[in-house]
Write a protein that binds this ligand. Sequence first.
Ligand code: FMN
Length: 155
Amino acid sequence: MIKTYKEIMCSYPTGVSIVTTMDQDKPVGLTVNSFASVSLEPLLVSWCIDKKSSSLQAFHKSDTFAVNILSEHQKAECFIFADSKESDRFSKTSWERSANQLPILKDVFAVLECKKVQEIEAGDHIVLIGKVIDLHKTDHKPMLYYQRNVSVVPE
Ligand SMILES: Cc1cc2nc3c(=O)[nH]c(=O)nc-3n(C[C@H](O)[C@H](O)[C@H](O)COP(=O)(O)O)c2cc1C
């Protein structure tokens, strides 16, 4: 069953985001494709983090996170922020602190800054739900993730 489940899920096209937060003065972030819209009133989003993730404690401690939705130009960032051996991910990309003090990547498709409202244990992952407190969109096109590869959205 797990083999077919993985085949189905890796053929389900998604976007790719890097979710970020601050751990005291240190920016923390990882690549995710579990990001989803949850509610319009209020504006709520969700994403899931593996309980084994080295970033888990930082997201657990922080009241806020930013969902940086990658643009089609950001293949390098997608894989750098998914590399568990890469200890200095933020030195390999351009970023800045937002007015809400969250790490925001440059050249993304869009950013949603969120206040964390709920953490739900779900199997080997934790679901984080956030209320959108700030957002912006650029003219870049979003990245598409399909069958473990990134590509561009069709015209
Ligand atoms: C396209 C893609 C999507 C991913 N989605 C998730 C996800 O939704 N949740 C998660 O915990 N890890 C996800 N990962 C794996 C993490 O990015 C990877 O395990 C990373 O090393 C975690 O870093 P950390 O242990 O420093 O937190 C994804 C990786 C890729 C390449």
